[in-house]
Write a protein that binds this ligand. Structure first.
Ligand SMILES: Cc1cn([C@H]2C[C@H](O)[C@@H](COP(=O)(O)OP(=O)(O)O[C@H]3O[C@H](CO)[C@@H](O)[C@H](O)[C@H]3O)O2)c(=O)[nH]c1=O
Length: 353
């Protein structure tokens, strides 16, 4: 690789959002070297990036972000210009079941990445960037009205969101104390290909396919703002290239759905796609005990990223949803592969099904 090239580490690049970021950067920036650093835990899957695996500007390193020496070794081999840090434990239900791994990965892992970047880049480095990809859940839960802005006070309420809030604070602390050039984005719920089927949409698509119950938490009235994952990857690209160090950007779809309305829409689309009588999927809806501490509503004011960086969601939701369903139905081997292992044991434990 020539000295002109920019080397970018993407942590968690074999995961859901990370794989879309890796693909976008590898394909759109042939003069960048994209180094995917992933521990390949249960939700990391190299199949997610198989199409770019042989690209000349792509490398994969299996490493755990909590392993200081392992991460130092990555920085020793590559002249890193930027880090896009996506590696994280991300499932709220798992964080309720087993919080400590969230504290370890999301807090210690982020601190390790920051510390090695600082060691490697020295004080107040020029032309470097540590970009932390975070979540809107750090802001807590909204009532029926209002939106999260970049100045909304943090109020995380689950072990997952608290660990992400803490990691945002660590990033800002390394920026403030050590002059590390940092930027953060906080995004709403993503959907699309490659999402591990423990999250609402891929879980329900898979269950509908197999005519299994659809466990709706509580009354299904919680609201989420859905964004197609490729739109998020494009936002990350924009923040990487145009974002100002020290700033935070909220990213969202301006596309709020109550869970039950989204699930009914999914059921309708899937009945049609699978050629089943209307109502077949809706009959699978089963109301189950609510998630502990379940946040009622997330909604994002994404005007800053729109006004300052020119980013907007592009894909209409129903089209994105149809595309997503098609992907899971067409990629049977992927779905069978990821549901045959750890996920299945977890799901059985949670729901006894
Ligand atoms: C898995 C599952 C979820 N739900 C509900 C809980 C939520 O209100 C909604 C979406 O749940 P999840 O897919 O787990 O996503 P949620 O808790 O909103 O968090 C997601 O979105 C966040 C961004 O808002 C990300 O930071 C998280 O990593 C990501 O997991 O559906 C059900 O009713 N039944 C289910 O089986």
């Amino acid at each position: 690789m020539s000295a002109l090239e920019r080397t970018i580490i993407v942590t968690g690049g074999a995961g859901f959002i990370g794989s879309h970021v890796v693909r976008r950067l590898v394909n759109n920036y042939p003069h960048y070297h994209i180094v995917n650093v992933d521990a390949l835990t249960y939700a990391g899957n190299l199949a997610n990036v198989a199409d770019v695996a042989d690209a000349p500007n792509y490398s994969f390193v299996r490493a755990d972000i909590t392993d200081l020496e392992g991460i130092r070794a990555v920085f020793a081999v590559h002249q890193v210009d930027a880090v896009i840090h996506l590696a994280a434990e991300s499932h709220v239900d798992r964080s309720i079941d087993d919080p400590l791994i969230f504290v370890k990965t999301n807090l210690l892992g982020t601190a390790t990445m920051l510390q090695v970047a600082k060691e490697s880049w020295g004080p107040h480095p020029q032309g470097k960037l540590f970009y932390h990809v975070s979540t809107d859940e750090v802001f807590g839960s909204l009532g029926e009205l209002g939106f999260f802005t970049e100045s909304t006070a943090y109020d995380p309420r689950s072990p997952y969101s608290a660990s992400k809030a803490g990691s945002d604070h660590l990033v800002r602390a390394w920026g403030h104390t050590f002059g590390l050039p940092v930027v953060i984005s906080n995004c709403s719920n993503n959907y699309g290909p490659n999402q591990f089927p423990e999250k609402l949409l891929p879980l329900f698509i898979n269950n509908i396919k197999h005519l299994k119950p659809l466990p709706v938490y509580g009354k299904g009235v919680n609201v989420r703002d859905w964004l197609y994952v490729e739109d998020h990857a494009r936002a990350i690209d924009d923040v990487l290239h145009k974002g100002k160090p020290g700033e935070t950007y909220n990213i969202g779809g301006h596309n709020e759905y109550r869970n039950i309305d989204l699930i009914r829409l999914l059921c309708k689309l899937m009945d049609a796609k699978l050629g089943r009588p209307e109502g077949t999927s809706e009959n699978l809806i089963t109301y189950v005990t609510d998630r502990a501490g379940h946040d009622l509503r997330y909604a994002i004011d994404a005007s800053k990223i729109r006004n300052e960086l020119g980013w907007e969601p592009s894909l209409h939701f129903e089209e994105g949803l149809a595309r997503t369903i098609d992907w899971y139905l067409e990629n049977e081997a992927w779905l069978e592969g990821v549901t045959s292992g750890d996920y299945q044991a977890y799901y059985d434990k949670m729901y006894g099904k």
